[in-house]
Write a protein that binds this ligand. Sequence first.
Ligand SMILES: CC(C)(COP(=O)(O)OP(=O)(O)OC[C@H]1O[C@@H](n2cnc3c(N)ncnc32)[C@H](O)[C@@H]1OP(=O)(O)O)[C@@H](O)C(=O)NCCC(=O)NCCS
Length: 117
Amino acid sequence: MVGFVSAFLLPKKPETLFVWQIATHPSQQGKGIATSLIQHLLTRPFCQPIVHVEATISPDNKASFRLFEKLAETLHTSIHHEPLFGKELFPDSHEDEDLYRVGPISQKELKNQEETR
Ligand SMILES: CC(C)(COP(=O)(O)OP(=O)(O)OC[C@H]1O[C@@H](n2cnc3c(N)ncnc32)[C@H](O)[C@@H]1OP(=O)(O)O)[C@@H](O)C(=O)NCCC(=O)NCCS
């Protein structure tokens, strides 16, 4: 396995796909695998009502930030972030987790991306 993604629709905001975990094997990073995983998820039938993608990212996780920034660029939409969980809330030595939100996402834009890949 070279890549993995888990995500769910937020129960109170079913138009939002929350990316819980995403990872690409270190030997395969930077080849567009994580981007493809998210874009593929977004074209599945259960994601048709999706308007936003959310994820939490620690400030030091540059790769993850760039992944979601690139998703926003590719889909010609915006990315916003706000503080969510401060490091004092974690029992171990963990960085802050900020909430990132990509969207609004147009299904037409998604279809265009799928066709050009
Ligand atoms: C975050 C992660 C999933 C990205 O996977 P990936 O398959 O390398 O991502 P992509 O190839 O689709 O790259 C997306 C963008 O991020 C950039 N990127 C990838 N790794 C990067 C790094 N270490 N530093 C900066 N940018 C990085 C890519 O260059 C690309 O941008 P570009 O097209 O402008 O060049 C991967 O680095 C990873 O598995 N990290 C460890 C697990 C993790 O932190 N997951 C996120 C929290 S759950």
